[in-house]
Design a protein around this ligand. Sequence first.
Ligand code: PRP
Ligand code: URA
Length: 214
Amino acid sequence: MEANLPENIIVLDHPLIQHKVGILRNKQTTTKEFRELVSEVAMLIGFEATRDLPLEEVEVETPIAHAKVKQLAGNKLALVPILRAGLGMVEGLLSIAPSARVGHIGLFRDHDTWQPIDYYCKLPEDIQQRDVFLLDPMVATGGSAVAALSTLKKSGAHKIKLLCIIAAREGLMKVINAHPDVDIYCAALDETLNENAYIVPGLGDAGDRIFGTK
Ligand code: PRP
Ligand code: URA
């Protein structure tokens, strides 16, 4: 784990995650492989982000005897991808949380100002009762994540985790300052942004690489 970070920023150093992120960073990785890996890494991040889900004890009958077993205590989850690139993480999360509801927040960065422009929002109507995982592979300046978290909170969500794949340190700090109550899980922490506010070394434009649009 990274040193000198607030405890609500969790950088995942699992070897499988690090290996897959390395392939994501490689510009030779094909669209098909990239899409599959984003989904797999999302699932592995989700494995860690669901670590604190409450369990309850129930009794079942095995073929041999009665047994006390654990089951999830019925906490409801909502997955909210930030369009477009967050969509690439949904399937991986649904593979471990198949009953989760899925909302969508549409945001894109203005090319000149890098400010997030919102164009869509549709959330589960009981979002305030759900644990919410906000999904976006990239946190660069942090503007999109800050805006999406504000939207979620305005809709009544209050237990929110942000799951991302690569985050820039300055973006993470911006998110934490604006939303100190949110836990952030990321697979890699990069130090800088370039003159176009792309993460360095990053992996390029996540949306374009997932959907093959460039
Ligand atoms: C990307 C990415 C984040 C945002 C991060 O989306 O998926 O949402 O940029 O940048 P920020 O931290 O500086 O706000 P983009 O705006 O490129 O939209 P797209 O996914 O539709 O391509
Ligand atoms: N959005 C991306 O997809 N990549 C970056 O590096 C920055 C913003």
